[in-house]
Write a protein that binds this ligand. Structure first.
Ligand SMILES: *Cc1c(COP(=O)(O)O)cnc(C)c1O
Length: 364
């Protein structure tokens, strides 16, 4: 294990300056959205009512008790954010405080201990810094995906909260979520399965929401779509969201609308795009229930957004046994989604001025 020990923080700076010259020899531009083992991850344990000091470790394998509540009862939650290299070499995160806040909402909902904001940001920064060689270079189109997670570990059998929890952060260099690079037009197929109940856990990033979606995604893909689109589970009328991305829609009259629903994951990307639409594109923004069948003919453009998907224009939607084009032929990127994408990505990479104060620099 000695050769796999993390650098002491005093050594980190030197190590990373060296790493600067020796970035990993990856074909950055060809990366997809896949797990790539990097050198370090952060781990901290909560036991007997308090957090113990966390540390960077080399081992990607978690040894876990067979009775652990995270394995049986999905007492676990996670987050997702990205680090990017700016043109000037700075390494930047996008609104990480919101991920911290959201993880703690999930933790509270599932009777898990909150991860103190300070520990959350320290864990992320240390993990990113220690894996400097794995951060895709500026202009490669790739970024470093960061996956914080909180899991209930330890011996258990009945339906009880865990006695022990682990907070872990690992990272992986990734390319675009939907295969093609840049702005790829995707298609969605309305699922006849529900993602989350109205008063369930749909608005929390908890593992329990996703296993059930695997089959829905598979069925959507069998129809030739990229992802499933979920309607509200009470009436099956209103748009909720896609499997791992929220929905935004451009309407006539320079307006952008997005579903109002308690069952969707409050996307940080969506929140940011709505703000960009209002403040930089002078569009009206509205969060309200959106009835798919009654309203889709009024859609001008549609997009699926999230950290992984960024903003993917939706060309067509499958429902009621046929395809319905949303924008032109269903293959073309519309000008509104293009502009929103360019501004968002420009800010995230540090190419455009960050008037909002959204970027957080990681000191390397
Ligand atoms: C993570 C996620 C999103 C996107 O949220 P961001 O904060 O923008 O990354 C959207 N929908 C679901 C179901 C998600 O899990």
């Amino acid at each position: 294990m000695l050769d796999n020990m993390p650098p002491k923080s005093s050594e980190t700076r030197k190590l990373n300056l060296d790493a600067n010259v020796t970035k990993k020899d990856l074909k950055w531009a060809e990366l997809g959205f896949q797990y790539h083992k990097t050198d370090y991850r952060f781990s901290a344990v909560h036991e007997n009512g308090h957090w113990k000091d966390g540390a960077l470790i080399g081992d990607e394998i978690i040894e876990i008790h067979e009775g652990a509540p995270s394995l049986h009862y999905a007492q676990q939650c996670f987050e997702g954010l990205k680090a990017q290299t700016a043109k000037d070499g700075r390494v930047v995160l996008f609104r990480p405080d919101l991920n911290s806040e959201r993880m703690n909402q999930a933790a509270t909902r599932l009777l898990m201990p909150e991860v103190p904001n300070e520990m959350f940001s320290q864990a992320i920064e240390e993990t990113v810094r220690a894996n400097y060689a794995w951060i895709p270079p500026y202009g490669s189109g790739a970024s470093l995906y960061i996956r914080p997670m909180l899991i209930g570990e330890g011996e258990n059998l009945g339906l009880n909260p865990a006695q022990r929890f682990q907070f872990r952060v690992f990272v992986s260099p990734v390319g675009p979520y939907y295969k093609e690079a840049g702005l790829a037009v995707i298609s969605l197929a309305v699922s006849n399965m529900d993602r989350a109940a109205p008063n369930g856990t749909g608005s929390y990033k908890v593992g329990a929401n996703y296993a059930g979606g695997l089959l829905a995604t598979r069925k959507a893909q069998e129809l030739g779509a990229n992802e499933a689109l979920y309607l509200d589970s009470a009436e099956g009328r209103y748009i909720d969201e896609a499997g791992s991305a929220n929905i935004i829609i451009a309407m006539k009259g320079a307006k952008v609308i997005t579903p109002l629903s308690d069952a969707i994951l409050p996307s940080i990307t969506r929140r940011s795009l709505m703000e960009i639409a209002a403040r930089q594109l002078n569009m009206k923004i509205e969060e309200r229930p959106i009835e798919l069948r009654a309203e889709y003919t009024n859609f001008i453009e549609m997009g699926a957004c999230g950290t992984a998907a960024v903003l993917s224009p939706v060309g067509r939607i499958w429902f009621d046994d046929s395809w319905h084009a949303v924008f032109e032929d269903g293959q073309t990127v519309g000008p509104i989604m293009q502009e929103m994408y360019d501004i968002l990505v420009g800010i995230q990479k540090g190419d455009l001025a960050d008037h909002y104060g959204w970027l957080h620099e990681v000191s390397i």
